[in-house]
Design a protein around this ligand. Structure first.
Ligand code: NCD
Length: 311
């Protein structure tokens, strides 16, 4: 049972079975408890994690690297992908994967192209984790989101969850909707027409019998939702700057808005935030986004340990 994730790549949330998701959440909770009690972990001693970030990241890279260090492991990284690695020289990610096998026990990649993590994984024999591939997937973010929802709401089943903002380009909401879909939610997908959730995701959820209400009206969703997951309009995915400028401020959560939302609503955001959530909201006890960010540590510890068989 405990080795069901060993040697597995984490490329798309669809690859994860319910028992594997539960194992990740349980392992994360166990590590969090050990650390809260002041315990030290050494289960990754002598092991190396390679982080390859071809797109900017603060949280994802730092949490993966911190997670590895907290388990006694080492980290090697490509941080300035524009200048410091051979991909600029035309190296294929498949070959990078073959090379990484010689240095590291696992790798995390973030890249602007959808499918990039898969290409690296095709070359590498060591486990590869997708840290965000273009507008595609961000599976480990979705796992920490799930962990956060469970901690904040006390359960995962039968929740009403609103995903709001740039649902077209936001990879976090693509992954989270698939994953949460396994727990019988009711969804509100809130976005301008131009930034709607890709139809394949919405259709697939609906075919599985999940209620999905698509709307442009954030207030309508917030009145009914247990969790509101806000996202940034993804500037880097726009080809037309005017369109970005027109859409970027489309939704804003502030204290006045909270007054109209469902009592006790949990507010989440994968970060970085722009103007979607006003700073005054940080004082609200249901504002979970910084706790959500901190949950990245135990979740990524669990993922690293489980895929390398060192839990
Ligand atoms: C997200 C991402 O990179 O997709 N950030 C993150 O990993 N926490 C969200 C975003 O950039 O808007």
């Amino acid at each position: 049972m405990t080795t069901i994730l060993k040697s597995k790549d984490i490329l798309h949330v669809k690859d994860l079975k319910l028992e594997q998701i539960s194992l990740i959440l349980e392992t994360a909770a166990r590590y969090e408890k050990v650390m809260a009690l002041g315990g030290r972990l050494t289960n990754m001693a002598g092991k190396v994690l390679a982080t390859l970030f071809f797109e900017p990241s603060t949280q994802t890279r730092l949490t993966f690297e911190t997670a590895m260090l907290l388990m006694g492991g080492h980290v090697v990284s490509v941080t300035d992908a524009k200048t410091s690695n051979s991909v600029v020289k035309g190296e294929r990610l498949y070959d990078t994967g073959k090379m990484i096998d010689g240095y590291a026990n696992l790798a995390v990649i973030r890249h602007m192209a959808e499918g990039s993590a898969k290409e690296l994984a095709d070359g590498a024999s060591v486990p590869v984790i997708n840290g965000g591939d273009g507008a595609g997937q961000h599976p480990t973010q979705a796992l920490m989101d799930l962990y956060t929802i469970q901690k904040e709401r006390g359960r995962l089943n039968n929740l009403t969850v609103a995903l709001a903002g740039d649902l077209k380009n936001g990879r976090t909401v693509h992954s989270l909707s698939w994953l949460l879909g396994k727990y019988g939610p009711r969804f509100y997908f809130v976005s301008p027409q131009e930034l709607k959730m890709p139809a394949d995701i919405t259709n697939s959820l609906q075919n599985d019998g999940i209620e999905v209400i698509e709307t442009t009206n954030l207030e309508e969703a917030a009145v009914k939702s247990d969790v509101l997951y806000m996202t940034r309009v993804q500037k880097e995915r726009f080809t037309d700057e005017n369109e970005y400028e027109r859409l970027k401020g489309v939704y804003a959560v502030n204290n006045e808005f909270l007054g109209k939302a469902k009592h006790g609503i949990t507010i989440m955001h994968p970060l970085p935030r722009l103007d979607e959530i006003a700073r005054e909201v940080d004082e609200y006890e249901g504002a979970a986004y910084f706790r959500q960010a901190a949950n990245g540590i135990p979740i990524r510890m669990a993922i690293i340990a489980l895929v390398t068989g060192n839990e």
